[in-house]
Design a protein around this ligand. Structure first.
Ligand code: OGA
Ligand code: MN
Length: 285
């Protein structure tokens, strides 16, 4: 029997009593889908999935994104987050593979830089470092609920520009490739989203957001930073400490997340992500 246990007082659940490698019956899957929308982050311990099993389960939630140009796994449904080089050894701290993890250490929602941003991400831990390398989640539904009314009024209905370069350039201005500039121009995203299944609203900003339509850039950048800082205050954060074979499924409409540092030049960390596409842009173009 599928079972949900609360992880944080306001969002997140640990899910036991199911095997994600199974072809779940419709009733169990419906409970899981409902739990996904109501808890925003689902943690499934002890799920040693093959890539095919992860893809098969993810596909039940919707069509998968193809991994973007410039990422490890490009063109396939898998994003490979790894600091292990082709020779089987951990790569140096300044290696490109580690840059991905460093960029992921800024609070973000996956694929908010795409015209149709991701619905969900599913990350499975293959190799985890003995310490560090946690992933943190902050609920943007909770953040929206807690925002002062005057701030809500200021941003409701506003549109932000999201650009992959905005997050990469914060880590290293040389990180963006020409192919990434060409294929990923800035996109518009609504700043406050509706989650249709629950009728909740969520704040939608993160490290890819670089500007707000109709607002001077300095003011917009400051507001975006303030909103992210508010949303990710420690009391609104769930920290997931990974064990090998943990699977975490999160709702990119409803949370931002970030990776935490670890001794990248000492310990291996290998994670596999599938990304479930959203069904439409957040802004009518
Ligand atoms: C991701 C991500 C952070 C981490 O997989 O989308 O941001 O801790 N991961 O690896
Ligand atoms: Mn991410």
């Amino acid at each position: 029997m599928i079972n949900f246990e609360t992880l944080h007082t306001r969002f997140g659940a640990r899910v036991t009593g199911i095997d994600l490698a199974d072809d779940l019956d419709d009733e169990t899957f419906a409970k899981l889908r409902e739990g996904f929308a109501s808890h925003s982050v689902l943690v499934f311990p002890d799920q040693p999935l093959t890539d095919e099993q992860q893809i098969a389960f993810s596909k039940r939630l919707g069509p998968l994104e193809a991994t973007k140009v410039g990422s490890y796994g490009a063109g396939t449904p898998l994003v490979i987050l790894s600091n292990v080089g082709e020779d089987g050894n951990v790569v140096p701290d300044d290696h490109r593979l580690n840059m991905v993890h460093k960029a992921n250490s800024l609070w973000h929602s996956d694929s908010s830089f795409k015209p149709t941003p991701a619905l969900a991400s599913m990350l499975s831990a293959k190799t985890v470092p003995p310490e560090g390398g946690e992933t943190e989640y902050a609920s943007m539904i909770v953040a929206w609920d807690d925002l002062p009314e005057d701030t809500k009024a200021k941003i409701d209905g506003k549109i932000a520009l999201h650009h992959f370069a905005a997050s990469r350039n914060r880590i290293n201005p040389e990180l963006m490739t020409q192919a990434e500039y060409d294929e990923l121009p800035p996109v518009k995203q609504i700043m406050v989203r509706d989650i249709p299944e629950t009728g909740k609203k969520s704040l939608y900003v993160g490290s890819h957001a670089s500007a707000i339509v109709g607002m001077p850039d300095d003011e917009a950048k400051q507001l975006i930073d303030e909103l992210v800082a508010f949303a990710t205050a420690p009391e609104r954060v769930y920290t997931h400490t990974w064990r090998a074979n943990d699977v975490v499924l999160w709702d990119n409409r409803a949370v931002v997340h970030r990776g935490r540092p670890f001794a990248r030049d000492k310990h291996a960390r290998v994670m596999i992500r599938t990304t479930i596409a959203g069904d439409s842009p957040t802004v009518r173009v």
